[in-house]
Design a binder for this molecule. Structure first.
Ligand code: AMP
Length: 283
């Protein structure tokens, strides 16, 4: 496995692989790798001749006061994780490699980033879309893999690729959970043992809404009341949002008449957790 810090060397490796007729798969990550990332890597490994995992904590997608400086950085363990999964290249640039100058060009997707996480994290999805397009331009992958755990991010990237004719197939991968339902996340390591025990309440709340939809409820106010009741059982968990949104636009609906995502964000003290469930009528 090669660990590469520069754009130039990454391009060389990709060029050589392409000349040998290999397809190129990219899994963009911020490191602190866990089984969620593992699932993306495994899928990408099965479908790629050359598999590149990028590890880059992207300053552009963190707002002032967010956890950029304390975001977990565990490079040695991440490299072992990648090696064990037969990754070919880890692209791990310094911020100055991807941002050699003050960035003046940004990718701004409309509407999809406006609700959910976009409300409390202005500029976050602009930072995500911009760095992902930069990574695409460095690696020129045939396919890139993203988790449904970050469903709004996935939709932003799908829309960007569609709107800008980016020749990369965006492959969604389902959310990987702990046995108790908690979506695996790099930020779970901020939780104390007590907080970790209460954290699955978010998944349980989303599930209550999911069950309400399955029982035929279509009025979102009533669907969400089921979730709110679950969340209220844990006063230590503070709700940021709990919504039922159109699965493509990621904007709230009042009545469910097509595919939706039930999405939530909560705070457990200083730790912010997000999760979502996709729901569509079975016909
Ligand atoms: P991150 O390192 O948190 O930026 O995540 C890198 C990629 O892994 C993103 O596409 C995430 O959506 C995906 N991912 C993170 N956690 C999970 C999970 N529990 N299940 C599936 N994908 C995930």
């Amino acid at each position: 496995m090669k660990v590469i810090k520069t754009i130039r060397e990454t391009r060389e490796v990709v060029y050589t692989a392409r000349r040998a007729g290999k397809t190129v798969g990219l899994v963009p990550t911020m490191g602190a790798l866990h089984e969620g990332h593992g699932q993306l890597i495994e899928r990408a490994r099965a479908e790629s001749g050359l598999l590149i995992v990028s590890i880059f904590v992207n300053p552009l997608q963190f707002g002032p006061g967010e956890d950029y400086s304390r975001y977990p950085r565990t490079l040695e363990a991440d490299l072992d994780f990648c090696k064990a999964r037969d990754v070919d290249v880890v692209f791990n640039p310094e911020p100055s490699e991807l941002y050699p100058d003050q960035q003046k060009t940004f990718v701004e997707v409309e509407e999809i980033p406006s609700e959910l996480c976009g409300r409390s994290r202005p500029g976050h999805f602009r930072g995500v879309a911009t760095v992902v397009l930069k990574l695409f331009n460095v690696v020129l992958p045939d396919r890139a893999y993203f988790g449904e755990k970050d469903a709004q991010q996935l939709r932003v990237i799908e829309q960007m690729a569609l709107d800008l004719n980016v020749p990369v197939e965006i492959v969604p991968v389902g959310t990987v959970r702990e046995a108790d339902g908690l979506a695996i996340s790099s930020r779970n390591r901020y939780l104390t043992p007590d907080q970790r025990r209460t954290a699955p309440i978010l998944y349980q709340a989303l599930n209550a809404a999911y069950q309400a939809l399955c029982s035929g409820e279509r009025e979102v106010a009533k669907v969400l009341a089921a979730s709110e009741a679950v969340l209220a059982e844990e006063p230590a968990v503070r709700k940021e949002y709990l919504e039922v949104v159109d699965a493509r636009l990621m904007t709230p609906v009042t009545t469910v008449d097509g595919p939706v995502r039930i999405a939530g964000a909560v705070w457990i003290e200083k730790t912010r957790l997000i999760d979502n469930l996709y729901w569509k009528e079975k016909r």
